[in-house]
Ligand binder design. Structure first.
Ligand code: GLP
Length: 261
């Protein structure tokens, strides 16, 4: 894992946006497939990418995107559907074709079949070149809650009470938060060629420490990323607050910038 500790959320957003930009600029005319996440963590990165699109000509014209997850049972027009969220916060502000921003259908008559279909769709598209992730306070990625199979594919999951209460801030009341979701599985996420996980704030510090330094296992699903050969974790000082070996990660960063500089 490459671990980058930035002073603040803006620094995190710039680092993550740099990785998107690099994949997009080197993607060639056959295009790139981006893996997009929702939640509040990636929003600053999306704002930075929108700025680069408007001010620096960064084009998403050869990109397509797959979302990580979606709530089951709310329509796409719902304010909190991830289908709508990603459009409002990112894709409708850049030049990516709307029909190429693909997410699971949370209102499918057969959600189990829809999840399997979605999983095949990602593989049929040639897989994801760069996946952005956030992390839940309990170590979930996508909506792979603790005890998710480490090889799992896209499927229907039941949220934990913690995630329901964490996400209740976006809904009128906790009762309105859907209990079921369709999420890419950990095995599906691991097939992305590169992964960048962004986290900011003290509330993510223990999940970040568990993911990077904790024992590998399904009780902290994000620890699966320890097995991926091309993961970058970008955190601010607050989210890095519980890392035991933070000085070593900073030392590596300094050596790297000396080599590059
Ligand atoms: C959500 C999403 C995840 C996200 C996480 C953290 O429920 N399914 O993809 O990473 O929980 O959200 P936030 O970034 O708002 O803290």
């Amino acid at each position: 894992m490459e671990i980058i500790i930035e002073r603040d959320a803006e620094g995190v957003a710039r680092q993550v946006a740099d990785r998107f930009e690099s994949v997009i600029r080197h993607g060639g005319r056959f295009g790139v497939t981006l893996g997009l996440a929702t939640g509040s963590s990636p929003v600053a990165t999306y704002q930075e990418l929108i700025r680069r699109h408007r001010e620096e000509g960064l084009s998403f014209g050869h990109a397509r995107a797959f979302l990580l997850d979606e709530y089951v049972g709310i329509p796409r027009s719902h304010e909190q559907s991830y289908h709508r969220f990603i459009r409002e916060h990112f894709t409708s502000h850049v030049d990516i074709a709307d029909e190429l921003v693909i997410s699971p259908d949370g209102q499918a008559a057969d959600p189990v079949g829809e999840a399997a279909r979605y999983d095949r769709g990602i593989a049929d598209a040639g897989g994801v070149d760069l996946q952005i992730l956030g992390i839940g306070g309990n170590g979930h990625i996508g909506f792979n809650e603790p005890t998710s199979a480490l090889t799992s594919r896209t499927r229907v999951k039941t949220l934990t009470e913690q995630t329901i209460s964490d996400n209740a801030r976006f809904f009128d009341s906790p009762e309105d938060v859907p209990v079921h979701v369709i999420t890419q599985g950990l095995g599906t996420i691991m097939e992305a060629r590169r992964i960048v996980l962004a986290a900011t704030g003290e509330s993510k510090a223990s999940a970040i420490a568990a993911m990077i330094e904790g024992p590998f296992g399904a009780f902290c699903p994000a620890t699966i990323l320890q097995m991926h050969p091309a993961v970058t974790v970008v955190v601010d000082e607050d989210a890095a607050g519980e890392l035991q070996d933070a000085e070593y990660y900073r030392f590596i960063q300094r050596q790297k910038s000396r080599l590059e500089g």
